[in-house]
Design a protein around this ligand. Sequence first.
Ligand code: KGJ
Length: 401
Amino acid sequence: MIDEAAAALAHGDQGRQSLFPDGRRREVRQLFRIVLRCVRAGRAKPVVRPSEQIATHCYAAGIDLTEVQGSFTVLAEVLWRQLADVLAGEQLLQALGLLTAITGAGKDAIARTYVALAARDRDSEQPADEPAAAGTGSGDCPGGAVQADVVGRVGIITLGDRDKRNAIGAEMASRVIAALESLRARQARAVVLRAAPGMDVWSAGHDIGELPAGKRDPLGYDDPLEELIRAVRTFPAPVVAMVHGTVWGGALDLVLSCDLAVADETASFAITPANLGLPYNITGLLHFQGRLPINVIKEMFFTAAPIDARKAREWLLINHLVPWDRLESFTMELAATMATKSPLAIAVIKEQLRVLSDYQPIAAQVHERIQGLRRQAYDSRDYLEGLEAFAQKRQPIFRGT
Ligand code: KGJ
């Protein structure tokens, strides 16, 4: 079983071309053995200490948090299959519950260790006469484009890739997912998602340079932005988008996937696949449908024109429109209020609303027909023209072929 899990892990590593060194791989195998012992003993606690040790080594080796945590997911999948083969009914449910608790405890221990080590590194880099980053308003994000802070019980994730206007590619998405994981481990009861202070673009949307150049679904299930959107929607506490500046394309999908949105008057929102010739995906359209009337959705998609903050408020795309100098205090207060309420009640209500709003029965034939139509669009010359025009900083010329 351990061999099977290790092989699955190695296969995944190859797919991602990751650099998981051999020494770490041995440690992960040891960890798998400990997880098995925990399952047999019916206890999660013994997994914590070895997880912390492995996290310390992996952090020093520069391995991504999500990658280390991913090894638990691989192991859990293998174990689930094995358990389902030998157990049934109540016994199976109990075993699965235990396995979830053990892998969850391991993941949390890893995230806690990463966060503690990152904080230690940040503190040691800080000049002695300079105060440590205050959390909410430190400006740039040292050590990368994404910074996670905690103020009281509120987590703050700051996107700070100024050069690329916070365009979301694989690296940015995995950093935000890791930030969410670390905030979950630190038991943040609400999260604010924001751009770094002073940026006038909240996010330029999907990194267009990372979109596939035809013959492949540009917004498939494993697209990094799609993964990020799912992580926000399934995060077990409220996520509030705090919007200063312009929001483009898939970044608007991300804002709509946050539980609430607060914006100031500099905010504007545009959904722009029609500028690229990109057939948006069904899941994404569902996110718009959950928040906006169909005629508004059509106007936004068909014109690709930004709507200003006042209109966004009128159309209930955002919950609150506040003056720019009150944006941060207002959003933090709102998040702090939610953070004082019952986390269990909020988590389950959020999950119920997600399941209800995602529920859209669709016949297999209809789904296949829609996918076929989408394929015609992303296999078209127009889609390539859209990508090329963006790269060449010119207007696209669409011919409908
Ligand atoms: N992807 C990749 N690179 C980007 C993106 C992006 N989405 N947006 C900006 N960049 C890069 C530019 O190519 C520049 O690179 C740099 O960021 C600064 O942009 O030339 P380089 O320095 O190498 P720029 O345009 O010079 O900055 P501003 O003049 O401040 O304009 C900011 C804008 C956000 C208005 C502008 O960059 C822009 O229009 N970006 C594209 C916005 C967009 O249409 N995003 C939607 C992408 N599509 C989707 O998300 C999806 C899912 N969709 O279905 O369409």
